[in-house]
Structures are given as C-alpha cells and as structure tokens.
Design a protein around this ligand. Sequence first.
Ligand code: AMP
Length: 195
Amino acid sequence: MLIIGPPGSGKGTQAERISERLGVIAISTGDIFRAKVKGETPLGVEAKTYMDNGDFVPDSVTNKMVRDRLSEDDVDGGFLLDGYPRTTAQVDYLDRILADGDQQLDVVLQLTADDGELVTRLLSRAKETGRSDDNETVIRHRLDLYHEQTEAVVAKYAERGILARVDGIGNIDEVTDRVTRCFEGHLTVPITSRR
Ligand code: AMP
C-alpha cells in the first residue's frame, strides 16, 4: 500500500497511526533520510543539501535505498510506503522491485488538502519541530514539485484503478478514521493475526 500527499497533508502522521492500528509496517523515505542525515552517514551527507533546499534526492540514491529496505524480512506480510514514489521514474522502479519480489500494490491512497491550508500548517510545524526544510521559500518549492511531478504519479495509479482519495482536512482523528476505512479492506494478512 502507498500513501501519497503534498507536504503538510499529514501523511507521515497518518501512516504512523495506520501502522499502529492495522499492524502494517510503515516505511517513510523522508524518515530514513532524516535518520541518515542525523547519523552523518555518507548517504545522509549526500542527501542533506537536497533536503534542505526542498529538492528530491536523486533517484540513483533513493531507489537503491528503497530496494534495500524492501528486501528486509519484516515487510514480507505487506507494507505501507510513505513518501515514495514521488516521480514517474520512481513508479517504474517500484514496479520492478515489486515484480522481482512477486508482489503487487493493492491500494494507493492520496491525501488531499489545498495549498493555502498546507502552507499555514507547515509554517506552524516549522515553529514546533525546527525542521530545516520548513521555511516559506522551501515549503513553496516542495509544493511546486508535488504539483509538477508527484501528481503525475497519482494519475498513473488512477489509470490503474487502484487510487483512493481521502480528504486530509479536518481533525486528525477524523482523518485517521477515513484513512483506516480505506486501507482496511486491502490488508493481505487479516488484522486479527497481526502483532
Ligand atoms: P518527507 O518527510 O516525505 O516530506 O521527505 C523529506 C525530504 O526527503 C523530501 O523533501 C526530499 O528531499 C527527500 N525525499 C523523501 N522521499 C523522497 C523520494 N521518494 N524521492 C526523492 N527525495 C525524497
């Protein structure tokens, strides 16, 4: 399963909650990158400038990182990817990873919110978290990239008939309920036999 949404749509929060509620492993490429930046690993050092500028980390780095993560044993029962794919080239790459592992996507959830609301949310998050990519210029750039590149990703999954859209506006619990309803019907392993 995938969760896709513009910066500030709450996809990270919702992915974590879904992971707890449904017992499915959530994998966030943004979180993996932030951990590598913090740990000052070579990959983290390479990714940092792109992240600070609100740019995508190059596919040569990102794709391999995702392939490695998805080859670990804990994803055998299915997974929820948050923040990948963000470009149509990444969609093609993910298709290859999944085909190699004899797996397929069941559902792609797009969390929606309008740009005005997103900028307000992100500016307030910037005050709380001090994330280095949460200033207004970078926020606007990240939103532009979402519209220019990631909406094409969403369109691809819509064409395949596996896209579900969920309104990301409203209180967090309400949005979690909407997201849960959407994912529940697509679990490979029933909730009762998880964790
Ligand atoms: P996020 O936490 O999902 O907003 O991601 C934070 C940052 O990590 C992004 O602005 C990018 O710089 C980088 N990043 C995360 N996922 C990807 C991806 N799929 N492709 C390229 N860069 C990514």
